[in-house]
Design a protein around this ligand. Structure first.
Ligand SMILES: Nc1ncnc2c1ncn2[C@@H]1O[C@H](COP(=O)(O)OP(=O)(O)OP(=O)(O)O)[C@@H](O)[C@H]1O
Ligand SMILES: Cc1ncsc1CCO
Ligand SMILES: [Mg+2]
Length: 268
């Protein structure tokens, strides 16, 4: 898998995939800057009158329900269907699912009406979608949950690939499961690091061929960049800037050298 990971990381800067983001109001600016930093291109478009057209010219679509409105649900479904028709990958970030019935119903509709390539969330959010006992407080996971068990249950329940983030990131689909142990806890002290990762995964899915390999490449690239950033700045404000810089400076060589990855290939 390592050779493919290196290749995908290098191809991001060559192909500069355009990611259409329908995302929350907290993270729009950070997401756009983060996508530029890795060498991809962002576009944000939310209105029901244009989302299908925008998705159809993008290389990947990101749907994030962080500050959801009723109009946005319709827009997400229209964009998702348009992406499905074009065969471009769709990443779903179910921010805060489990916190309110509105979010739960919207997440269910999106999962039913759009063919999702990969769902990325923290352990609370993914366990909620998997039908397990979840601990979600606002938009953050609480409690110490078994991310491998959550990922396997979610893959079975949702029929999509999943990326469960936390101290370790677990990436899984029906055939493979990977555990990544890079990163820094400071990532949880800056808002939107999970949301930006979901958009970065979308960019990587646009470039790679296999979903799990592309998602492992994205998550390992992201966590290794965070490790470089925390060496430069270890307070939340300066870390956010150092992290954007590190996202633009981290190379495939760095990632392959630092990546702590365990891969299991079997039916889940
Ligand atoms: N304890 C930790 N140690 C190292 N890295 C972590 C830790 N917790 C989370 N991360 C990393 O932080 C990033 C965001 O993951 P997290 O699970 O916090 O997402 P999230 O809750 O959806 O975030 P947000 O809603 O703020 O966007 C990921 O890259 C993840 O690997
Ligand atoms: C804090 C917050 N609230 C809704 S979305 C969001 C950004 C990180 O999930
Ligand atoms: Mg989140």
């Amino acid at each position: 898998m390592k050779e493919e990971i290196g290749e995908i990381i290098e191809q991001i800067k060559v192909k500069q995939p355009l990611v259409h983001n329908i995302t929350n109001q907290v993270v729009m600016n950070f997401t756009a800057n983060g996508l530029y930093a890795i060498g991809a291109a962002p576009v944000m478009a939310n209105d029901v009158r244009e989302v299908a057209d925008m998705a159809s010219i993008a290389d990947a679509l990101l749907i994030n329900i962080g500050t959801l409105t009723i109009d946005q649900v319709e827009a997400m479904i229209l964009a998702g269907r348009s992406a499905n028709e074009k065969g471009i990958p769709v990443v779903f970030d179910p921010v805060g699912v489990g916190a309110t019935p509105f979010r739960n119903q919207a997440a269910e509709r999106i999962l039913n009406e759009v063919s999702i390539t990969l769902v990325r969330g923290n352990s609370g959010e993914i366990s909620q979608l998997a039908g397990m006992d979840a601990e979600v407080r606002g938009v953050d996971a609480t409690g110490n949950m078994d991310a491998v068990k959550i990922a396997k249950t979610a893959v079975r329940k949702l029929g999509t690939a999943v990326l469960v983030t936390g101290e370790q990131d677990v990436i899984a689909d029906q055939n493979a499961l990977a555990i990544l142990s890079n990163g820094t806890p400071l990532l949880t002290k800056v808002t939107g690091t999970g949301c930006l990762l979901s958009s970065v995964v979308a960019a990587f899915l646009a470039v790679g061929k296999e979903t799990v390999v592309s998602a492992v490449a994205a998550a390992s690239f992201y966590s290794v960049a965070a490790e470089f950033a925390v060496e430069k700045a270890d307070q939340p404000g300066s870390f956010q800037m150092a992290f954007l810089d590190a996202l633009s400076q981290t190379t495939s060589v760095h990632v392959l050298e630092k990546m702590q990855l365990e891969v299991q290939n079997h039916e889940i």
